[in-house]
Design a protein around this ligand. Structure first.
Ligand code: PXL
Length: 277
């Protein structure tokens, strides 16, 4: 079987082990070719106290035009951090142009965390992202992103919401269009839950892991990258989520042991072998 190709539309951050620096090795180890479309090149992810970077919005159409000439066909399109509304809108056009009926579309609607938007994002970005979610087969928001996308108060703490409530959010989000919604990293007591909903089967699937350490950079990107890699290989969302959560837990545990600065991300490099078949 030929190596499947996934267009990975995300930023390239030097430090922080997020976005493309997580997606490329993870897709590779899953046996999937990452074809990166860098949305921006940054010194480090934006939660560090400062960063510098170059936005690639002007270059992305030129990259896509070259890909068009090569008649590339993608088995998947995977989007993560987009630098603003115009990039989100451009990505929608990219999907129209490059997706065929077999292409699986994964949208990680990167908007914020811990009840607040990431730097530079707000309601306009949320509305654009909501539209992009409508084009996806699979979306993987965290709880803050879920609340923004549903127009609710994002400062609502996960702890104050029961799992039944969060399951109903997953179902509501599927009405935007995606067949599978996976709400990631929901903290409840000593556990972290990932809650999936399959619209086709009208059923939920969930994986919980032990809570360890603080919120680390890139954990959402790692989870979505594993889910994307596994599902492109034909695995079910349920099996993909199980693998992703186990991989993430091992990577987080090592970062906790190493007392890693949460902005630096987790020790996923040492656990990539968990993703081999
Ligand atoms: O992991 C999400 C993410 C991706 N890319 C950049 C970020 C963040 C979160 O802060 O800053 C550049």
């Amino acid at each position: 079987m030929a190596v499947p190709k996934v267009a990975a539309i995300n930023d390239l951050s030097g430090l922080g082990k997020c976005s493309l620096t997580a997606a490329i090795p993870i897709l590779s180890v899953c046996g999937v070719q990452a074809v990166p479309m860098p949305t921006a090149v940054l010194s480090n992810q934006t939660a560090f106290e400062s960063y510098t970077g170059i936005d690639l919005s002007m270059d992305m159409p030129m990259i896509a035009a070259e890909w068009k000439k090569r008649k590339v066909s993608f088995d998947g399109i995977y989007t993560g951090y987009l630098s603003g509304v115009s990039q989100v809108e451009w990505v929608e056009q990219f999907m129209q142009e490059f997706a065929n009926p077999q292409t699986k579309i994964f949208v990680d609607p990167v908007l914020g965390d811990e009840g607040v938007y990431y730097r530079g994002f707000g309601d306009e970005m949320c509305q654009a992202m909501k539209k992009l979610c409508g084009k996806a087969d699979v979306i993987t928001p965290n709880l803050t992103e879920v609340l923004f996308l549903l127009g609710k108060k994002a400062e609502l703490k996960a702890e104050s919401q029961n799992l039944e409530q969060i399951r109903s959010y997953a179902k509501q989000l599927s009405q935007l269009g995606p067949k599978t919604v996976i709400i990631t990293g929901v903290s409840q007591g000593e556990k972290i839950w990932n809650i999936g909903y399959s619209a086709k089967e009208d059923s939920f699937f969930e994986v919980s892991t032990q809570k360890t350490g603080e919120g680390y950079s890139g954990t959402g990107d790692i989870l979505t990258s594993v889910i994307c890699g596994c599902m492109i290989k034909g695995e079910s969302p349920q099996k993909a989520l199980k693998k992703a959560a186990a991989f993430l837990q091992a990577s987080i545990e090592e970062a906790v042991e190493d007392k890693t600065d949460p902005n630096e991300g987790v020790a996923f490099e040492h656990h990539l072998s968990l993703l081999f078949d």
